[in-house]
Design a protein around this ligand. Structure first.
Ligand SMILES: *Cc1c(COP(=O)(O)O)cnc(C)c1O
Length: 494
């Protein structure tokens, strides 16, 4: 291929672009979107055997052949995220406006670290951030930045929390001088159902995972504020210094939402940075159930993911600050990106608000979706899936061979296959683990596994607004099929 056909600055280039995008689109539609089952069932070994040709051949095949190969070797054996029987993780079916936005933003290739690399994109990202701050009722001084997702947002929250605390309590400039000796006594509080990235961030921030103290949850899997009070008193008695409280709006396994307002009270009383991880549940702010998020407006920071319940393609998240002034804890000026005089002349350079430098224009995706569908259109999608989860829970509860483990708050439904009441917990655990193994190779349903009180359980995360209760019933039948096959195998082996 000549350079003219590889870049967009000539007629030959634009023609090649249209053809390549059309071929890629056809590949997605024919080899991926049209598949009957959400997975082909191919094993890792069989997948690997497809790639015996050199990845970097001496001469290339040309684009058409290469795209066709991707269609048959990759797309055909990808998880059908848009299939209504793909219901395992917080991996959403990406909505078509998001896919269109993705095509535009990658073609434009703007980089959000400096205004001169992304003029309209820089301004628009800030506008979208402003709208999000309003959506969560954050104060007028709120600000934020787009991130790769909850992991990065949670890291950034705890980074700013740590550095603000160290400056105020120990007069230590962590950015310049590193952690103070007293850092060993720093603690982060979150519920026992909180996402593992809180611990991961504690590790990355030099505090260690043991700095994270897990607060027990109640029967609804929400942080118990009384238990939090007890732990705060204990930490105080042991000269440990908590500096951050992490509330979760939508836990990964159960979709449970901590009592955000009660947690905000504790954070205020004990002078803790209050971070709300709303990576999953933040989308409720669009809906009439937004009262479940009451208290989020009092947060120092909020993490929200658009690649989950906002139906945008990966990756797309935002980190919001109740007081944008807190970005000062990571401020930096690079002469070539955001020289100090720009701060004075008002040229917006977002590099100092992010842990990334080169950064994607992911804000375009929720922007296009919001503009195209409006709040109502987006809310309908979320509400339909929450209603489906509730119906699915009833279906499971009514089935004699299934056991429901909780009433869903969002769209996660945790359950077990228990064909005989009298089975021991150990037998149920093994059966459900084996079923989940078999499901992966079966391919008719993509279902997650998790552990509840040490017992392997199954989980649906019902994010797909086009899925129906019939799809759920069909997935339960597939689980029954796999359960029967597993039981036969166990008898043969016994
Ligand atoms: C998904 C999720 C994360 C991690 O976010 P990524 O977008 O995967 O980086 C963190 N917390 C919660 C509650 C989540 O659901």
């Amino acid at each position: 291929m000549s350079a003219d056909e590889l870049f967009l600055d000539s007629e030959a280039g634009t023609t090649a672009y249209r053809e390549a995008m059309q071929r890629a689109t056809d590949a997605v539609v024919d080899s991926f979107a049209a598949a009957e089952n959400p997975y082909s069932g191919r094993s890792p070994e069989a997948l690997s055997e497809q790639f015996t040709d050199p990845i970097i051949p001496e001469t290339g095949t040309g684009l058409d052949t290469a795209i066709d190969e991707v269609a048959t070797k990759v797309l055909a054996h990808s998880v059908g995220t848009s299939n209504s029987r793909c219901a395992a993780h917080l991996q959403c079916p990406p909505m078509i406006p998001g896919l269109a936005a993705e095509a535009m933003l990658t073609a434009a290739n703007q980089s959000l670290d400096s205004f001169d690399q992304a003029p309209a994109a820089t301004v628009l990202e800030q506008e979208v951030v402003g709208a999000l701050c309003e959506l969560f009722d954050l104060p007028d001084v709120a600000d934020g930045v787009f991130t790769s997702g909850g992991t990065q947002s949670n890291l950034q929250a705890l980074l700013l929390a740590r550095d603000r605390y160290c400056r105020r309590q120990f007069d230590r400039d962590v950015q310049a001088d590193g952690l103070p000796p007293a850092a060993e006594s720093l603690r982060i509080l979150c519920s026992e159902e909180a996402h593992f990235t809180g611990k991961q961030a504690a590790h990355h921030l030099g505090l260690g995972e043991d700095a994270v103290v897990a607060v027990p949850t109640d029967e609804k899997r929400q942080m118990d504020p009384d238990a939090l009070d007890e732990i705060l008193a204990e930490l105080d008695a042991n000269d440990a210094v908590p500096f951050a409280l992490l509330g979760t709006a939508g836990t990964t396994d159960f979709g449970s939402i901590d009592p955000l307002d009660a947690l905000a009270d504790r954070a205020a009383e004990h002078d803790l940075w209050y971070h709300v991880d709303a990576a999953y549940g933040g989308a409720l702010a669009l809906t009439d159930s937004d009262d479940l998020l009451e208290g989020i407006e009092r947060a120092d920071s909020v993490a929200v993911d658009f690649h989950k319940l906002f139906y945008q393609p990966i990756s797309c998240g935002a980190f919001l600050l109740g007081d944008g002034g807190d970005f000062e804890w990571m401020a930096r000026n690079a002469a070539y990106l955001n020289p100090e005089e720009h701060d004075e002349t008002g040229v917006p350079n977002l590099v100092a608000k992010s842990v990334q430098t080169t950064r994607r224009f992911d804000a375009l995706k929720p922007y296009l979706a919001f503009r195209a569908l409006g709040r109502e259109g987006m809310a309908d999608l979320v509400e339909e899936t929450v209603a489906l989860a509730s119906d699915a829970a009833s279906l499971i509860e009514d089935a004699t061979d299934f056991e429901l483990l909780h009433e869903p708050t969002l769209n996660a439904v945790v359950f077990r296959y228990r064909p005989r009441e009298a089975m021991s917990e150990q037998a149920v655990s093994r059966l459900n683990a084996d079923i989940r193994e078999r499901l992966l190779h079966d391919g008719r349903a993509i279902v997650a596994r998790t552990e509840v009180a040490g017992v392997t359980s199954l989980k649906f995360t019902l994010l797909n607004p086009t899925a129906t209760l019939d799809d759920v019933a069909e997935m339960l039948d597939v689980i029954r099929d796999c359960g029967a096959a597993v039981a036969r195998e166990q008898e043969v082996l016994a």
